[in-house]
Write a protein that binds this ligand. Structure first.
Ligand SMILES: *Cc1c(COP(=O)(O)O)cnc(C)c1O
Length: 385
């Protein structure tokens, strides 16, 4: 009997008590690269670590269950998770990607297209006309990223997946910014979900990893075949760490999100701030869609400073508590200036088109005390005048 448990119970209980050897409560770590065969004609359940590993399989089962997929592949990074899916495409296939997608994804797609590995078009998916026109070109795959990075723009996953299906395209959603505790794209009609597990799923900024979760067993099998073939499967230790981090995902997200909402409301009232991007604010253009599509706004936000780029740099470099770093989703709060850090690899024109200005700062809100975080911002603002 499989009665469906709350997602917070699922994250805590994933793979608990599953050790077949000694009954350890959390799963043991299997570092072996190779496994003994009972005979030359017959191999055991595990044979070679690139192909399969108990820790990776445990994490894959947990993530597939959380996202509502038939199977998952654990990869060496978020980027290799995204690139893994591209192995399902042929050279003349067209990918439609968001014009404001993650900087590394933008770089990967641009350079894969230059190689002739596939065709790529970057589209503002929030613009119905632009999206409709792109779908008219019979794309093979639509990549969706919502909320977008760094401007937290939302697009309607169910509507895009429905339109994609009508033209025979696969839909792939990068769910890194929210995790399955806030958004479940497969239940909204997507075919594939990818994660940088480096971020919320592991949650402690101490591994690099990725995951692809497929709606159907057939696609999960194809992806697992390619992951083994090209050797992008994740490390056993990283999978073990990620499953450990996953246990507190719901708790971490609740706290970080409450902090983010408090910070966004505070920023919204500051005269030094010209704009706050956070779908949790009622004034945000994505608020209504957020309520429909997500179970909460998450803990990422961005804001622009009236005083300009230099003031933004000064604030980011000198603020207390918030570490100046280009990642997100950890227990600790981080700040970054996208134009000079995470999105530096993007051509300036593409950056401008996506609306990423030099006075924009992005915050990954952690699980510290919200009053301390707001005090740090207050002091930082006072310093830049
Ligand atoms: C970090 C990130 C990636 C890339 O993941 P890595 O683990 O750094 O390779 C992809 N998409 C989003 C939205 C990210 O934040």
């Amino acid at each position: 009997m499989t009665d469906k448990k709350h997602i917070s119970t699922q994250t805590v209980q994933a793979e608990i008590g599953a050790d077949p050897a000694f009954g350890s409560v959390p799963p043991p770590l299997y570092l072996s690269s190779t496994y003994l065969w009972p005979s030359v004609a017959q191999k055991g359940p595990y044979d070679y670590g690139r192909t399969n590993n108990p820790n990776r399989d445990g994490l894959a089962r947990a993530l597939a269950t959380l996202e509502g997929g038939a199977g998952a592949v654990i990869t060496s990074s978020g980027m290799s998770a995204i690139d893994l899916v591209f192995n399902l495409l042929k050279a003349d296939d067209l990918i439609i990607a968001p014009h404001d997608c993650y900087g590394g994804t933008h770089r990967l797609l641009t350079h894969r297209a230059q190689q002739g590995r596939m065709r790529v078009e970057f589209v503002d998916q929030g613009n119905a006309d632009a999206l409709g026109q792109a779908l008219g070109k019979k794309p093979a795959l639509i990549l969706i990223e919502t909320p977008s990075n760094p401007l937290m723009r939302l697009v309607d996953i169910a509507a895009i997946c429905k339109a994609a299906k009508a033209v025979g395209a696969i839909t792939m959603v990068d769910n890194t910014f929210l995790s399955p505790v806030r958004q479940q794209p497969l239940t909204l009609g997507a075919d594939v979900v990818i994660h940088s597990t480096t971020k919320y799923l592991n949650g402690h900024s101490d591994i690099i990893g990725g995951a692809v979760i497929a709606k159907t067993a057939d696609m999960a099998d194809q992806l697992a075949w390619w992951a083994n073939c090209i050797g992008v499967t994740g490390a056993a230790f990283d999978s073990h760490q990620t499953l450990r981090g996953l246990r507190t995902l719901a708790l971490r997200m609740d706290k970080a999100e409450a902090n983010a909402l408090a910070i966004a409301k505070w920023l919204h009232k500051q005269r030094a701030v010209s704009k706050v991007y956070y779908p949790g604010l009622k004034s945000d253009p994505g608020h209504k869609l957020m309520k429909r599509q997500q179970s909460g706004p998450g803990a990422m936000l961005s804001f622009e400073l009236k005083a300009g780029a230099k003031a933004a740099t000064d604030l980011a470099e000198n603020i207390d508590i918030f570490g100046l770093a280009a990642s997100l989703g950890g227990v600790e709060s981080l700040i970054c200036q996208p134009s000079t850090m995470t999105h530096r690899g993007m051509a300036e024109e593409a950056r401008r088109e996506a609306g990423i200005t030099d006075d924009l700062l992005r915050i990954s809100v952690g699980i510290e005390d919200s009053a301390d975080l707001i005090k740090a911002l207050e002091d930082g603002f006072a310093q830049i005048g």
